[in-house]
Ligand binder design. Structure first.
Ligand code: ARG
Length: 470
C-alpha cells in the first residue's frame, strides 16, 4: 500500500520490494538525518538543477519542473525557519526532502528522482559542501595571515632569541619569527585552493554506478551548480571521496601549523621564557591557584589539532577496504568531515583574534637574544671576514666559549687583551658583539636583517592582497 507520500512497504521511498517494515534498531543504526541534514542547501540546489535539466531535455514536463522548484524552495524556507520536521524513518537528507516534497506537491515530486540515484546525489552534495568549506577556510586563513603581518609590523623592532633544538642559537627579529608562520599558512591556503579545484567536478549523472539511460545534459547541470567539469567515470564518481581526504589533509596540516604557533605562545607565556603576556580576554584562571593565568586558547588549538589529524586517518581508513562502487560505509564520511570543518574554522578565528592582544616584553627579548653566547657565530664570521678559514674560526670561538663557561663569565666580561690572546685579528679590531650588527648582517633574502624582514613583510602583504582580490 502506498502512503500519502507515495511510499510503499513500511513507508519507505525504496520500499516497493519490501513487505515488512525495517527493524527499529536497524532504522536507528542506518539513519544519517541527524547529521546529514547539514547538507540541505546543497541537496536542494542539486535537485533544482536536476529538475531544470530534466525539463530542458523533455524528460519531465515544464509544469512538473515548476512545481518541483517551487516546492523545494518552500521546503528550504521551512528548514531555515526551523519548522521543517526531519524524520529518522526517512533515513537521510535526500529522502527527507523528497518525501516532504511529495507531501507538498504530490505526483510531480515522484518524477524528480528520474535519471538520478542517491549515490550520485550525495556525492554531488558533498562536493558542493567541501567547495564552500575550502572557500571559508581560505578566508579565515587570510584573516589569520593578516593578523600575523600586522603584528610583525607593530613589533618591527622586537628581538627574540632564535632557537634550534630549543637551545638559544642566534638572535632573530620577532617579526621574522611571525612571518615564518605566515609562510606556512600561505601554503595551507594554496593547498585548499587545489583541494577545491579537485572537488569541483560534477558526479550527478552517474546514476547508482553505471550511468543513466536517459538523454541527460550533464554540462548544463554542471554550469547550474558552478562545477568546472563533469566526472569521466560513473563507477569512480559515486565512490570517490578523494576530495574529502584532500580537504582533511589540507586541514590537518593547517591545524599542525596552528598547533606549532600555539606551542610557541604557551612556551613564551611561561615564567621561564617570559617573552609574552596574555590578555585577560584570551586567558583563563585557575579554580584553585589565584595567581594563575593560563594560555587555554593556545592549548586547545594545539589539542584540537589531534582531532583533525585523527579525522584524516579516519577518512583514509574508511576508503581503503571498499570495493567499487558505492558502499554504505561512505555515509561515515560526513561526521568527521563536519567536525574538521568546524574545528578548523573556529581554531583559525580564535587564534587570529588572540594575536593582536599579545604583549611582548621587548627588553627581556633583547637580553635573552644575546645571552648564552648567541653572538658566537658573529664572532667567528668576523674572523672569517679577515681571512681566517671558517673551521679554524669556529674552533677559536668554541674555545673562548668553553673558557667563559668555566670561569662563569660572558663575552662581555672578556678584556681586549683576552680577545687578542684568542686570535690576533681581535688585536686590530674590537670583537663584533653588537646585536644590531648581528641582525643587519643577515640581509640576504629570507634573512633576519631588518631590511630583509621588511621586504618579506611587504611581499607577504601584497601576496595576501592579491589573493583577497581574486
Ligand atoms: N545517506 C547515504 C550516504 O550518506 C546516501 C546514499 C545512500 N545510497 C544508498 N544506496 N543507500 O552515503
Amino acid at each position: 500500500m502506498a502512503d500519502e507520500a507515495g511510499q510503499q512497504g513500511g513507508g519507505k521511498l525504496w520500499g516497493g520490494r519490501f513487505s515488512a517494515p525495517t527493524d527499529a534498531l536497524v532504522e536507528a543504526y542506518t539513519a544519517s538525518i541527524a547529521f546529514d541534514r547539514r547538507l540541505y542547501r546543497e541537496d536542494i540546489a542539486g535537485s533544482i538543477a536536476h529538475a531544470r535539466m530534466l525539463a530542458k531535455q523533455g524528460i519531465i514536463e515544464d509544469a512538473d519542473r515548476d512545481a518541483i522548484v517551487d516546492g523545494l524552495r518552500a521546503i528550504e524556507t521551512e528548514i531555515e525557519a526551523g519548522s521543517f520536521e526531519f524524520r529518522d524513518d526517512r533515513e537521510d537528507i535526500h529522502l527527507n526532502i523528497e518525501a516532504a516534497l511529495a507531501e507538498r506537491i504530490g505526483e510531480p515530486a515522484r518524477r524528480l528522482h528520474t535519471a538520478r540515484s542517491r549515490n550520485d546525489q550525495v556525492a554531488t552534495d558533498l562536493r558542493m559542501f567541501v567547495r564552500a568549506a575550502c572557500d571559508e577556510a581560505a578566508a579565515r586563513l587570510r584573516a589569520l595571515r593578516g593578523a600575523l603581518i600586522d603584528l610583525a609590523e607593530r613589533e618591527v623592532e622586537t628581538v627574540v632569541p632564535g632557537y634550534t633544538h630549543l637551545q638559544r642559537a642566534q638572535p632573530v627579529l620577532l617579526a621574522h619569527h611571525l612571518l615564518a608562520y605566515e609562510e606556512m599558512f600561505a601554503r595551507d591556503a594554496e593547498r585548499l585552493r587545489q583541494a577545491r579545484g579537485r572537488a569541483n567536478v560534477l558526479p550527478l549523472g552517474s546514476g547508482a554506478l553505471a550511468g543513466v539511460g536517459y538523454p541527460i545534459d550533464r554540462d548544463f547541470v554542471a554550469r547550474e551548480l558552478g562545477f568546472e567539469a563533469v566526472s569521466a567515470n560513473s563507477l569512480d564518481a559515486v565512490s570517490d571521496r578523494d576530495f574529502v581526504v584532500d580537504f582533511h589533509a589540507a586541514a590537518a596540516l593547517a591545524m599542525t601549523h596552528l598547533s606549532r604557533l600555539s606551542e610557541e605562545i604557551v612556551l613564551w607565556a611561561s615564567a621561564e621564557f617570559g617573552l609574552v603576556s596574555l590578555d585577560d580576554a584570551f586567558s583563563t584562571g585557575s579554580s584553585i591557584m589565584p595567581q594563575k593565568r593560563n594560555p587555554d586558547v593556545a592549548e586547545l588549538a594545539r589539542g584540537k589539532s589531534a582531532r583533525v589529524i585523527g579525522n584524516l586517518v579516519q577518512a583514509l581508513t574508511l576508503l581503503k577496504g571498499q570495493p567499487l562502487a558505492y558502499n554504505r560505509d561512505l555515509q561515515e564520511d560526513k561526521e568527521p568531515l563536519f567536525d574538521t570543518v568546524d574545528t578548523l574554522l573556529d581554531s583559525l578565528a580564535v587564534v587570529a583574534a588572540m594575536l593582536p592582544s599579545l604583549r611582548f616584553d621587548a627588553e627581556r627579548g633583547r637580553a635573552a637574544a644575546v645571552a648564552n653566547f648567541a653572538l658566537a657565530t658573529d664572532l667567528a664570521d668576523q674572523l672569517v671576514r679577515s681571512g681566517v678559514p671558517f673551521r679554524e674560526a669556529h674552533e677559536v670561538i668554541g674555545a673562548l666559549v668553553a673558557r667563559c663557561e668555566q670561569e662563569g663569565r660572558t663575552f662581555d666580561d672578556l678584556t681586549p687583551e683576552e680577545f687578542a690572546e684568542a686570535h690576533p685579528v681581535f688585536a686590530e679590531q674590537p670583537p663584533a658583539l653588537g646585536l644590531e650588527a648581528a641582525l643587519a648582517a643577515r640581509s640576504a633574502t629570507g634573512g633576519t636583517a631588518p631590511d630583509a624582514v621588511a621586504r618579506q613583510r611587504e611581499a607577504a602583504r601584497s601576496r595576501l592582497a592579491a589573493e583577497e582580490s581574486e
